[in-house]
Ligand binder design. Structure first.
Ligand code: TXE
Length: 492
């Protein structure tokens, strides 16, 4: 039987609950995992490790809500999504602090980027659904017309990671519910707090019970139960490449629709004719924003040989000036990494770099922050490599660690940029239009930024090629993913 205890405020203990059928409830098996604060290494809450039965409860709630929600007018869906957006904006400070405490990112970043973007996701898809049109095709000479129905799929799953917790969680949920689906969503077990708070916001905004159900837990238990569920027809996933491959394997025999947004090892290619200061400022950001834990970070920096020495000197000087500190301090540029195990993974790559005879130009060590000695801090690190084939240039480190190396020719750098398993994004710094077009055409990535980085227009397709994923999110691409196209052919 479903326990319907409503749990509205976060008490000091901060045990969070699943949000199923519009109420906060305990996991059926009373199984919990610890939630760590990365800034001080202290356990500050408990998270349900939800079982198959919890997922089934969420499924029942979603399935029951579907007939009514899928028939709700677009105007009404839009109104509710925009209301959710407004409530997120009204609770900006509370959500930003919760995100920072869970993830280790500076509060200032969560306030400027993560939470406003989560609000934008709801506002954007609340508007987009009212503009989402389908096609018709007149079969000329055959007295027939075809038109496409875009129908919601039913119950769909959204599984998200820990690096941009609410930002990516809502990037999936908003188009899924806008399109008329009911959702089972699982945030990362490492950063569940803002997803937990979102449930209450959705209820207050008038989202009908069961349209969104949030289950918490480990990937191997809760996540696995979701991807194995026979009646969940589509999965939108963002996370590691290995997990994406596993999900694809489980989902294939069940014929689920999949959108997989996975890792990246993105080239940042700097030509001598670029606007130097602009490039330098943005390269600091594209290397170290969110402690380098963004799949879009430009972790392989290639610099044209004629400006390499100058860049190396200026970049390292600027990196050394970045302040590692507690996420709540306004002076902090680099907060804590998300977990101790992730910190160890990143540190291990620094040892790998040394073993590969790369040169650590700056950083490379853990940082002890006064009063927060057990937090997961690391210096921003720049590694000079002599080949693109080394492990630190081929494997996703996902931390405040970048490599730099010079290049001689456009063809040479293109070859290195593409010689990697991943293919998410690339950044080009140049003022040469012809080169911009040549390179943009040939880079094997889903996204190319020219003279900017991570500038996002939510209407544009977002996703990668090769090991960076399958499918596209964003704009109408996301609404297409969350609907089935049905052709109706009428002979008249
Ligand atoms: O991610 P996981 P991890 C990269 C980054 C990082 C690596 C591993 O390199 O070091 O991936 O990170 C859920 N069935 N990225 O292990 O495990 C899990 O609970 C269903 C890049 O922390 O992929 C969480 O909700 N779900 C990335 C989500 O998958 C499962 C962002 C992502 O966690 C599952 C994060 C299973 N069997 C890490 N196993 C990006 N693309 O931005 C796990 N999950």
């Amino acid at each position: 039987m479903v326990n319907t205890e409503i749990h509205k405020e976060i008490p000091a203990f901060a045990g969070i609950r699943n949000y199923i059928n519009g109420v906060y409830i305990h996991p059926i098996q009373d199984n919990w995992i610890d939630n760590y604060n990365p800034s001080n290494g202290v356990v500050y809450g408990k998270i349900p490790n939800s079982s198959k039965e919890d997922v089934e409860n969420a499924y029942i709630a979603a399935k029951s809500a579907f007939p009514s929600w899928s028939q709700t007018t677009l105007e009404e869906r839009s109104r509710i999504l925009i209301k959710i957006s407004e409530l997120l904006e009204a609770n900006l400070q509370r959500f930003a602090e919760a995100e920072s405490k869970d993830n280790g990112k500076p509060v200032s970043l969560a306030k400027k980027v993560d939470i406003p973007r989560a609000a934008s996701n709801f506002r954007f898809f609340g508007n987009a659904i009212t503009q989402f049109a389908s096609e018709s095709h007149e079969s000329v000479g055959q007295d027939a017309i075809n038109f496409t129905l875009r129908q919601p799929i039913g119950v769909v799953a959204c599984i998200s990671p820990w690096n941009l917790p609410l930002y990516l969680f809502t990037w999936k949920i908003a188009p899924a519910i806008a399109a008329g689906n009911c959702v089972i969503a699982k945030p990362s077990e490492i950063t569940p707090m803002t997803a937990y708070l979102l449930g209450d916001i959705c209820t207050k905004a008038g989202l009908p019970n069961g349209v969104l159900n949030i289950v918490h837990g480990l990937g191997t238990t809760t996540g696995q139960a979701i991807i194995e569920h026979r009646d969940i027809k589509a999965i939108s996933f963002t996370g590691g490449t290995a997990t994406g491959a596993h999900i694809a394997k489980v989902a294939a025999p069940l014929f689920k629709k999949l959108s997989l947004e996975l890792g990246g090892k993105n080239p940042n290619i700097i030509f001598a004719d670029c606007d130097y200061e602009d490039m330098l400022n943005t390269t600091i950001r594209s290397s170290f924003a969110n402690q380098g834990q963004i799949c879009l970070c430009g972790s392989r920096i290639f610099v044209e040989a004629s400006i390499y020495a100058k860049f190396k000197n200026d970049f390292v000087t600027r990196v050394k000036a970045l302040k590692v500190g507690h996420p709540s301090k306004a002076s902090t540029n680099i907060g804590a990494l998300v977990s101790n195990s992730h910190l160890e993974k990143v540190m291990n790559y620094i040892e790998i770099a040394k073993a590969e005879n790369a040169t650590i130009l700056c950083g490379g060590k853990k940082v002890v922050v006064k009063d927060y000695e057990n937090g997961y801090y690391i210096e921003p690190t720049v590694i000079e490599v002599t080949s693109n084939n080394c492990r630190v240039n081929q494997e996703e480190i996902f931390g405040p660690v970048v490599t730099i190396m010079p290049f001689e020719s456009e063809d040479g750098v293109l070859e290195m940029a593409n010689s990697v398993n991943y293919g998410l994004s690339a950044t080009l710094w140049t003022n040469d239009l012809k080169r911009t077009m040549r390179m943009s055409n040939q880079l094997q990535t889903g996204i190319v930024w020219v003279n900017t980085w991570m500038m996002r227009d939510l209407r544009t397709p977002f996703g990668g090629v090769k090991a960076s994923g399958v499918g596209r999110e964003g704009g109408f691409e996301a609404l297409r993913f969350f609907t089935e196209a049905k052709n109706v052919c009428i002979k008249y």
